[in-house]
Design a protein around this ligand. Structure first.
Ligand SMILES: Cc1ncc(COP(=O)(O)O)c(C=O)c1O
Length: 449
C-alpha cells in the first residue's frame, strides 16, 4: 500500500470495478511490451492496455509529436473549420481503408464512434426519404460500448439490465460466430448465423432497419472468427434490404488482425468503419467513423450538415499523435510483422491445449482466446459459479502473480484472452505461453485435476 494506492482506493472511481474494497494495482510506467507497478514489479502487457497500445509503451516519437503539435496549436475544434492534423489524418485513413471509403468523422473514443455512426445512418435515411429506418441489428455477447446509444447496441445483458429503461429500444440481437458451440448448422457450416441477420431484418421489417453492427472478429465471448463467406453473405443481405453495414473495428483495426482493417483480412467493404483505441496507440484519445462516398453525397446534395459534434473530436494533438503512430506502423512494417508471426503465436497457444481445462484456441493476428472447460473432451462447460470462481479467485490473481496482463473473462464462456502490443516478437510470445502454462496448470491443481 502506498499514498497513491490509498488515494485511488478512496477517491478514484475505477471503471467496471468495485468501490474501495482493495487498493488497486498502480501501474506507474511502461516500456515496449512491458509495464511496471509502483513496487517495481514488471508485467508483460499481453492485452496492450485494453487492445490499444499497438506500437508499445514509452515511444518517444509519439511524445514528441504530441509536444510539437501542442506548441503549434494545442486546441481548435473541427466544427466548420479544419486544422492540418485532422485533415492529414482523415486523408491518410481514406488511403488505408478498404474500397472507396474516403471520409472520416472524428470522435474521442469508441462508444462515441458507435453512436455517431448510428446517428449518421439515421440522418442519411431521413435525407434520402426513408425516415422509418432507425433500427440496428447486432450480435449476442457483443461489446460496442457503454454510453446509452452504444450500450443499446451492445449484446451483453448483464451490462444493459440496470439501464434498460434508458436504452434505445430499436435494437435486436442475433447469433454470433461462436463455431465451437454453434447449434444452427447441421453438418458443415452453411452460414445460418449470417442468415439469422436476414431473418431479423425481415422480422423487424426491412424498411425500418438502418444498420447492422458487427466486429470483424468479435471480442467479447473470446475472439469469434467469422466462418469463410460470412462477411460476403452479410454484405449481400445488407445490400438486398438497403441496410448499412457497420464494421465496428474499435479493436480490430490498425494491425490487430495483421491487416489495416477487417475488410482487408476478410475481403469486404462495409459502409462505415468505427475505430478508436489503436489509432493513436492510446497515447491520446481519438476515435471516429470512416464512411463510403454515397453517405457524404446525400448530405452534400441536401445541402445540410450532419447535426452532430463533439468538442474534442479530431483534437489536433490526438490527430498529430495518430499520424506519428501510423508513420511508425508503416516504417516498422508492423502490420506485416503481425501477419508474419500470427501463426507462431497461434501455435504457441495451441501448445497449451494439453492442459486439462483448455478446449480451443481461436482468433486471428495478435488477437486470441483460449476457451476453458470443465471437461473439454466431453464438451462440459464450467457452470456460471465455477467459471466466476475460476476467473476471479484463480486466474486473475495467478496472472498478476506471474506478471502477465492477459484477460481472464467469464462474460460468456470462460476464456483467457490475449492482445499484446503489435511489436511483440517471438521472445514475448514465448513468455506469454510459458506464463500462461504456469497459471493454467496451477488453476488445474486447485480444481483437483
Ligand atoms: C468493438 C468495440 N466497440 C466499441 C467500444 C467502446 O469503445 P470506448 O471504450 O472507447 O468507448 C469497444 C471498447 O472496447 C469495443 O471493443
Amino acid at each position: 500500500m502506498s499514498i497513491i494506492s490509498d488515494m485511488a482506493k478512496d477517491h478514484l472511481w475505477l471503471h467496471f470495478a468495485g468501490i474501495g474494497t482493495n487498493a488497486p494495482t498502480i501501474i506507474e510506467r511502461g516500456d515496449g511490451c512491458y509495464v511496471w507497478d509502483e513496487n517495481g514489479k514488471k508485467y508483460l502487457d499481453a492485452l496492450a492496455g485494453l487492445f490499444v497500445t499497438q506500437i508499445g509503451h514509452a515511444r518517444t516519437e509519439l511524445a514528441n509529436a504530441a509536444s510539437k503539435q501542442a506548441e503549434q496549436l494545442g486546441f481548435y475544434p473541427i466544427w466548420g473549420s479544419a486544422h492540418p492534423p485532422a485533415a492529414q489524418l482523415a486523408s491518410r485513413l481514406a488511403e488505408l481503408a478498404p474500397g472507396d471509403m474516403d471520409r472520416v468523422f472524428f470522435t474521442t473514443g469508441g462508444s462515441e464512434a458507435v453512436e455517431s455512426a448510428w446517428k449518421l445512418a439515421r440522418q442519411y435515411f431521413l435525407l434520402i426519404g426513408q425516415p422509418e429506418r432507425t433500427k440496428v441489428v447486432a450480435r449476442h455477447t457483443s461489446y460496442h460500448g457503454t454510453t446509452l446509444g452504444a450500450l443499446s447496441i451492445t449484446g451483453i445483458p448483464k451490462y444493459k439490465e440496470p439501464f434498460e429503461p434508458l436504452l434505445v429500444k430499436q435494437t435486436t440481437h442475433v447469433a454470433n460466430t461462436n463455431a465451437l458451440h454453434c447449434t444452427m448448422c447441421s453438418g458443415s457450416c452453411n452460414l445460418m448465423c449470417a442468415d439469422e441477420i436476414e431473418a431479423a431484418i425481415l422480422r423487424e421489417g426491412p424498411e425500418t432497419v438502418a444498420a447492422v453492427y458487427l466486429e470483424p472478429v468479435q471480442n467479447s465471448g473470446g475472439c469469434f472468427v467469422p466462418p469463410p463467406g460470412y462477411w460476403q453473405r452479410v454484405r449481400e443481405i445488407c445490400d438486398r434490404h438497403g441496410v448499412l453495414l457497420v464494421s465496428d473495428e474499435v479493436i480490430c483495426a490498425f494491425g490487430r488482425l495483421g491487416s489495416w482493417f477487417g475488410g482487408q483480412k476478410f475481403d469486404y467493404v462495409p459502409d462505415m468503419i468505427t475505430f478508436a483505441k489503436g489509432i493513436t496507440s492510446g497515447y491520446l484519445p481519438l476515435g471516429g467513423v470512416i464512411t463510403r462516398p454515397f453517405l457524404a453525397d446525400a448530405f452534400r446534395e441536401a445541402g445540410g450538415s450532419f447535426l452532430h459534434g463533439i468538442t474534442f473530436g479530431g483534437h489536433p494533438v490526438s490527430c498529430a499523435v495518430g499520424l506519428a503512430n501510423l508513420d511508425i506502423m508503416e516504417s516498422e512494417r508492423i502490420v506485416e510483422h503481425v501477419a508474419d508471426l500470427e501463426g507462431y503465436f497461434r501455435a504457441g497457444l495451441e501448445s497449451l491445449l494439453d492442459i486439462p481445462i483448455c478446449k480451443e484456441v481461436r482468433g486471428s493476428g495478435y488477437f486470441y482466446a483460449i476457451e476453458l472447460m470443465r471437461d473439454p473432451e466431453a464438451m462440459v462447460k464450467f457452470t456460471e459459479a465455477e467459471a466466476a470462481a475460476l476467473v476471479v479467485d484463480n486466474l486473475k490473481p495467478g496472472l498478476l502473480d506471474v506478471g502477465l496482463l492477459a484477460r481472464a473473462d467469464n462474460r460468456g464462456d470462460a476464456i483467457l484472452q490475449y492482445s499484446p502490443p503489435l511489436i511483440a516478437g517471438t521472445a514475448e510470445i514465448d513468455e506469454i505461453v510459458e506464463k500462461s502454462r504456469k497459471v493454467l496448470t496451477d488453476a488445474c491443481r486447485v480444481l483437483g485435476y
